[in-house]
Design a protein around this ligand. Sequence first.
Ligand SMILES: O=C(O)CCC(=O)C(=O)O
Length: 337
Amino acid sequence: MDFQEKIPVPTFTHVDREVFMREICPERRPAVLKGVNLGPCLEKWTVEYLAQRGGDKEVKIHVSAVPQMDFLHKNFVYKTLQFKEFVKRASEDKHTDFFLCEDESYYLRSLGEDVRKEPADLSKQFPDLAEDFHIPHFFEADQFFSSVFRISSCGLQLWTHYDVMDNLLAQVTGMKRVVLYSPQDALHLYLSGDKSEVLDIDVPDLKRFPEFVKAKRYECVLEPGDVLFIPALWFHNTTALLFGVGVNVFWRHLPADSYDKKDPYGNKDPAAATRALQVLERALHILDELPADYRDFYGRRMIQRIQKRTFYADTSVTKTQEDSGSTSPTRQFTKPG
Ligand SMILES: O=C(O)CCC(=O)C(=O)O
């Protein structure tokens, strides 16, 4: 991995709600928080304890013959197991009971009761375990969106994706490598919806993905008790270095009505972004009325207009007198009246 420099994610200790809200959250950059009080889960959550307290609740899991899950070629299957059986299998390297092969990998991203409508909430789906996990209240109670179990076999790698809400990823047991990329590197990540098509981020196919080298790679290894702040829109790719249990907590940091109302995962684009993308599609259809050389010319002008109007700082665009409209992007946003 010598094509990209690894930038360490900064670590903070003794972070309380005030410090988080004043110094960390407004920076809109990932941060590893150490020493946050996560409750007795840190001592209690052994495989045996989890199996006993989580019991026979059925969970829908990802199962894959290889540890690197590939959403493009769907190299995994969805299966249902009782939580206690799932935890047992995820914690072992070789299985006597299996779906695909004896060394298959398991991953749980827990879901809400009605998976299409309700976000996951540990206190509803796993009340006996939820009481061991203290959610760090670094946001207002009414901003809370979901709390999600992330339980992975050793080696399990989850593809690079972004979510649209702020998120704390708490590592309770095990260790996890997390690689992050800034939203400003979106154009270097070969996106397909909310996911990057570059699956092997350590040995990428640079013939297919030449721009990937330009993406700045931020990296950290989470140990038990560590909490990673993943700001909305930051891309993240996780690899479990050991079997491990994590919980992530999403909250709405934009006004509640900015979000898609039918989004139990917290990964649908905000309503205004969806509308803007739909309008862009319409604009592109209108350009189809023109010959190719005109489409090219007006397409370039549209790109320039978008860059000037939306990018924080853009040194790659030559500023011209062409656009006399407001050009300074701002962190404030205006909601439609
Ligand atoms: O921990 C993981 O495996 C994935 C975490 C994740 O995707 C998230 O925190 O949004």
